[in-house]
Structure formats: C-alpha cells, structure tokens
Design a protein around this ligand. Structure first.
Ligand SMILES: C[C@H]1O[C@H](OP(=O)(O)OP(=O)(O)OC[C@H]2O[C@@H](n3cnc4c(=O)[nH]c(N)nc43)[C@H](O)[C@@H]2O)[C@@H](O)[C@@H](O)C1=O
Length: 327
C-alpha cells in the first residue's frame, strides 16, 4: 500500500516514517520543500520515496497526487509554532489552510479512493473553563492565536469536504507532543537544549523561559504517530478525535523534570520576549472516544520522553562539536 506523508522531514513526519517502516507493509512517499533540512530522515532516506513539492502550488500538488495515487495521506506539514503565527499570521494561514485545500482538491481531481488524516490541534480549544476539563471533542472552540484559527479552518474544511464530497477524512486534534527531534523553539526542546548546552559549557548556567504557569497535556511523539496510523486504519471517516494522555502538568513541572536529569547548577530566568499576547492557560484532553474506537493507548511515560529528549540534545550537540573539530 502506498502512503504519503506531507512534512516527512519534520518532527512528527520523521517519526511516522520510522514507525511505518517498522511495520513493513507500506511503501512510503513523503513531500519536502527545497529549503527542508534532511537531518531527521537521513538515516532512513534510502527506504523512502522523497518528492519535492511546494504544497502552496496547486498544480504541483495535483500532479504529485495523480502520479502517486496514495491509499493514505498523513497531512502533517504545517507552520506549527504558535508565536510565529503572531509575527507572520498570513504565512501561517497560507501554509496551513491553503496547502490543505490543494491536497483535498487534488484528491478530488484524481478521483482515487484515499483516506486522509488531518493534523488538527488542541490549540483550537483555546480558552477552556475549569468545569470543561478534561476537554472533549464537543467543547466550544475559543482560539487564542492565529495558529489556532488556522487549525480550526483545517479542521472544519476536513469536515466540510467529507460532508460535501464524501472524502474519507479523519481529523485528529492532537495535544502537545514531544520527544527526540522536537524543534528547538518549542518549550520542552528549548529547555532541554539549553540544559545540554550548559552541561557542555556552551552557555552560562541560566535557563531562559517564558510563561511557566501554563498547563499542557503531553504525549510522546512515538505514541502519537501510532495514533495517526490507527486513525486511518480504524477511525470513522468524518470524525474528529482528541489524541492526548489525560495528564496535565505546568511548564514549570516540565522544566523541573528535565532539571532532575542533570547535576549542572542552573538559574531560571524569565525572558519577557518569550511571553505571548495571549497564552492558552490549561489543556487536558479526553481521548476516550479515540481509545475506544481504535484501541490506542499512550505507552511511553512522560519521564522517559523527557529523558530521551535531553539525551537527544546531548548527542546532537556532541556530534556538532565533533564535526567542528574535524573540519
Ligand atoms: C498542541 C500544540 O502544541 C504546541 O503548541 P504550544 O503549546 O504553544 O507549544 P510550546 O512548546 O511552544 O509552548 C508550550 C507552553 O510553554 C510556554 N512556554 C514557557 N516558556 C517557553 C519558552 O521558552 N518557549 C516556548 N516555546 N514556550 C514556552 C508557552 O507559553 C506555552 O504555554 C505546538 O506543537 C502546536 O503546533 C500545537 O498544535
């Protein structure tokens, strides 16, 4: 079976490709852009069909889908960093909404039986009141960032294309996920990288942070990509599912978990530039609909995820230092 992963060079995309390869029953195609970095998939690139495709170009997308004729599409490519959606809101809308429209239109034009997973987000819930926790899929959506609005548009377009044209679309509202290869701008990875840099003497012993009081529901990315596979294998087309762990912790607790793995003495410094115009205060998801439908359960404990993330940065920085020495 042919599957297509948009954003295969990214964080979730690279883990999904690894997971699907481990299953051994699929032929994996993945899109990348001219400026994409290949580091995350370099170790498996010879087992993938990589296709350069700008998803904002409708003709390129139509041609690519008509040629590959994938049975599954995992649409993971996106502008996913919330703060960037304030500095470049139009770019976020184009990247997230317009690209997805091109994929849907290309599948319609090719007239192929294709299941599509749309990567939506817990950010769509935005402002959540204490008596609404844990959040279910039926909760009102009260977006707090342009990014959240773009994800609501992706989500609702998925619904509408299912209703209007019968496209086999499953929407996943994934809560925070992290693990090795997480982009360094996101809180967990940023803190882990700073700690690894402090350990190597590459930065003074200060960890710079933003709002530590926000609460988030974290799942390991390696569990999340299994959920994406199950979403298309066992999810009901037209449905939307939360994907979450059912645990919430403050970002301060996340930082202290990472710090528990190091003996380096550090001072925590709040950087006002890291604060957002409006931040989602608390997210805690109810994934029972998805678990019941597909049998999915997150398996990797949070401590393990944080441990592996810190180790990822230690290894990456050491490899970079080795390369510099060698050159
Ligand atoms: C589900 C959702 O999950 C992610 O969005 P996010 O929750 O914004 O992720 P983040 O890691 O940037 O922030 C988490 C929290 O941590 C706070 N925070 C404190 N100090 C720093 C800090 O220094 N850096 C950052 N980035 N955040 C910080 C920050 O204010 C926020 O409250 C994306 O995958 C998104 O694509 C998505 O869909």
């Amino acid at each position: 079976m042919k599957v297509l992963i948009t954003g295969i060079t990214g964080f979730a995309g690279s883990h999904l490709a690894e997971y699907l390869l481990s299953r051994g029953d699929v032929e994996i195609y993945g899109t990348y852009r001219a400026r994409s970095r290949m580091d995350h998939i370099a170790h498996i690139a010879d087992q993938l069909h990589l296709v350069e495709c700008e998803l904002q170009d409708p003709a390129a997308v139509a041609q690519m889908i008509a040629r590959i004729k994938p049975a599954h599409i995992y649409h993971l490519a996106a502008q996913s960093f919330v703060p960037a959606s304030w500095t470049s809101p139009a770019d976020t809308m184009m990247n997230n909404i317009v690209s997805q429209l091109h994929i849907f239109e290309a599948v319609r034009a090719a007239d192929i039986p294709c299941k599509i997973q749309v990567a939506c987000s817990s950010e769509e819930y935005g402002l959540v009141y204490p008596d609404e926790l844990p959040v279910r899929e039926t909760n009102p959506l009260r977006p707090q960032s342009p990014y959240a609005v773009s994800k609501i548009a992706q989500d609702f377009l998925g619904y509408q294309y299912y209703q209007s044209y019968g496209l086999s679309i499953v929407r996943t509202r994934t809560f925070n996920h992290t693990g090795p290869r997480r982009g360094e701008r996101f809180a967990t990875s940023n803190f882990a990288k700073q700690i690894a840099q402090i350990e190597l003497g590459l930065q003074p012993p200060h960890v710079h942070v933003g709002n530590l009081q926000a609460r988030r529901d974290f799942t390991d990315v390696r569990d999340v990509v299994k959920a994406y596979w199950l979403a298309l294998e066992r999810g009901v087309p037209g449905s939307v599912y939360n994907i979450s762990s059912g645990n919430t912790r403050t970002i301060e607790e996340v930082l202290h978990t990472l710090l528990s793995f190091t003996s380096a003495p550090v001072q925590i410094l709040v950087d006002p530039k890291r604060l957002r115009p409006s931040d989602v205060e608390v997210l805690l998801g109810d994934a029972s609909a998805f678990c019941t439908q597909t049998g999915w359960q997150p398996e990797i404990p949070f401590h393990q995820t944080m441990h592996d993330l810190l180790q990822y940065w230690r290894d990456t920085l050491q490899a970079q230092a080795g390369e510099k020495e060698g050159s």
